[in-house]
Write a protein that binds this ligand. Structure first.
Ligand code: B12
Ligand code: SF4
Length: 524
């Protein structure tokens, strides 16, 4: 009987059993040579002793954040901090390696591996590409390099996870040649993976993705977010993110019940909205302030849905007199004046709206449940309450024509936001309504993995939209076009951060707007 057969897997569900079998057959050697915390596990493998359910076997996990994107700002890896907290509270030993500020990633990985001797390596893949057209950048080749480097210096199995990974887990796993991954929220699922590897658990693992798996898996989704420990920033350099990125981050809720045609957020976080206790969020905000972080971004896909929760969070901030400035994404329909007042009193400085278009017809095609009038109303309330406002646009969306583009431009002229972030085209992701539409229109073949970025641009404006966007940006210095590198660059960022500018840089575009007022087009 080989080591694998002697390892007690009888009690496991079929899925976990298969996983562990395939996993162990490749990785037995590495686990046998791993460090002391795996001693009981190794004994079981060698001697064929049925492992007792207790004592629990703890593992040494190296969590790597390979996100080296620094535009629009370096973003503190909140997902890694949540995961680290959950693994530590389950008793595992965790070391975080953030490559964002590392001088040379190979050296950094090599050093972490030799200092820590991990038994498991886990990579958090936040971004796949910059979703920007035409200057699209894929991060996957870099991640592949990081996985290869890990393989070179360690025999530990490699796991993947993160929002970017969740969008196309199977193809990314195969491309990167990692061992397995978790689609969706990692705190509970990854803890279960570790427990299963150590033989301590037989519960099924939500979101588990294995190599060459043909069927897709539902992403892991945690019902009670308050059961999770607060993010653990111990092994991560929050101060550096504040100095160079101008902010920290917080999360008050997960999930989005809406169905905008292109949007990946309901696929990543699920459709069920799950709330975190306002007091817990406020305590995390206080922690940031104690760490010297004065600005934060609330990463919720929509901060103000449900509005009652957003107001509770604001009340908790106000009661505790938290000296944090923050900004967030809001949905125009649920943005009321009392909420705006609370947000302002609670330290909010600016709101971002995923407006996309000023054309009622395009908004319907995009599946947006708001109208240009809702956009006007929300902008007016925010401006009257002293909040900066940024509208994100998607130029070239389904149904877009030159006329609808002009409608969008006119709306922006009328409401005069602090800044506009305009993306040209929409990155197509698997599982979205846009992917089905693009397939039906012959833009992508049904077999496309979409690993390489493909953008939907309405055929009616395909040849004109880039030019029209550039022209508009030339008239409005407060327009940011990431895909055309207009008003977003490392040079501008480092200049502003060096002189102490904090928070999202778009909030400071008002200076541009006021200095060089927009020249009106004759028809606007
Ligand atoms: C807020 C946000 C921003 C803010 C961030 C502000 C800040 N200071 O934090 C801003 C506006 C700056 C921003 C910018 C960008 N963003 Co953004 N952003 C988001 C958003 C809405 C939330 C991210 C977040 O913090 N989530 C909360 C944390 C807790 O969740 P998480 O990181 O997903 O981690 C969980 C799981 O994924 C998992 N997990 C994570 N790691 C691991 C590892 C393992 C091993 C396991 C098992 C599990 C696991 O467990 C975690 C806890 O549950 C997501 C969309 C979304 N709903 O996820 C997009 C998203 C991450 N962004 C995306 C992109 C592309 C970008 C930009 C490149 C866009 C651009 N061109 O400017 C930049 C990149 C910035 C950078 N330096 O990296 C994409 C990435 C995917 C892709 N398409 O490549 C997303 C998914 C949106 C999308 N279009 O699909 N972003
Ligand atoms: S765009 Fe906003 S409201 Fe629409 S599905 Fe995505 S997160 Fe939800």
């Amino acid at each position: 009987m080989g080591a694998l057969e002697r390892f007690k897997v009888q009690g496991l569900s079929v899925a976990s059993r298969k996983f562990i079998e395939s996993f162990l057959s490749q990785k037995t050697k590495s686990l046998l040579t791993a460090g002391p915390s795996c001693a009981i596990f190794r004994e079981n493998l060698r001697g064929g002793v049925t492992p007792p359910p207790r004592p629990f076997i703890f593992m040494r996990v190296l969590l790597i954040s390979p996100n080296i994107e620094t535009l629009p700002d370096p973003v503190a890896p909140l997902g890694v901090a949540f995961l680290s907290a959950a693994l530590k509270s389950a008793g595992h030993e965790v070391h975080c390696l953030d490559l964002c500020f590392a001088e040379e990633f190979g050296t950094a990985v090599g050093k972490s591996v030799s200092d820590f001797s991990p038994e498991i390596i886990a990579l958090s893949l936040r971004n796949i590409d910059n979703v920007a057209y035409p200057k699209s950048v894929s991060y996957l080749p870099f991640y592949k390099g990081v996985v290869e480097c890990c393989r070179h210096v360690s025999a530990a199995p490699i796991f993947l996870g993160g929002s970017g990974f969740t969008l196309m887990p199977g193809p990314i796993l195969n491309l990167l040649q990692a061992d397995a991954g978790i689609a969706g929220e990692g705190e509970e699922a990854f803890s279960r993976v570790l427990a299963a590897i150590a033989g301590n658990s037989s519960s099924p693992i939500e979101g588990l993705v294995r190599k060459d798996q043909e069927h897709s898996v539902a992403p892991a989704c945690i019902q009670n977010l308050d059961s999770l420990p607060s993010p653990d920033w111990d092994g991560l350099d929050l101060g550096q993110y504040f100095r160079r990125g101008g902010m920290g981050n917080l999360q008050t809720r997960r999930g989005c019940p809406f169905s905008c045609v292109y949007c990946t957020y309901p696929l990543i976080e699920g459709k069920a909205v799950r709330l975190r206790s306002a007091q817990k969020v406020a305590a995390e905000a206080e922690f940031l302030v104690q760490k010297g972080i004065e600005n934060a971004f609330i990463v919720d896909n929509i901060f103000n849905f449900p509005e009652t929760h957003a107001r509770e969070v604001c009340q908790a901030f106000i009661e505790r007199k938290i000296a944090l400035r923050w900004s967030c994404y809001v949905h125009p329909t649920y943005f009321s004046r009392p909420l705006a007042e609370d947000m302002k009193r609670a330290g909010c400085t600016g709101i971002e709206l995923g407006t996309d278009s000023g054309s009622p017809a395009v908004l319907v095609k995009l599946g947006k449940n708001f109208t240009p009038e809702d956009i006007r109303r929300a902008t007016r309330i925010a401006q009257e309450e002293g909040l900066e406002v940024c509208h994100s646009l998607a130029l070239g969306a389904p149904g877009e024509t030159e006329e609808t583009l002009e409608e969008t431009f006119r709306l922006m002229e009328q409401i005069s936001p602090t800044a506009v972030i305009a993306m040209v085209g929409l990155r197509i992701f698997p599982g979205t309504g846009l992917a089905y539409l693009a397939e039906a229109e012959g833009i992508i073949p049904s077999s496309s993995t979409l690993l390489d970025p493909v953008f939907y641009i309405s055929p009616a404006v395909k040849d004109r939209v880039v030019e029209m966007a550039k022209r508009r940006a030339a008239l409005h210095p407060n327009w940011i076009l990431p895909g055309l590198s207009i008003n977003v660059s490392l040079r501008i960022q480092s200049k502003l951060r060096k002189i102490g500018v904090k928070g999202p840089l778009w909030e400071h575009m008002k200076i541009m707007r006021e200095r060089r007022p927009a020249k009106r087009e004759p028809h606007a």
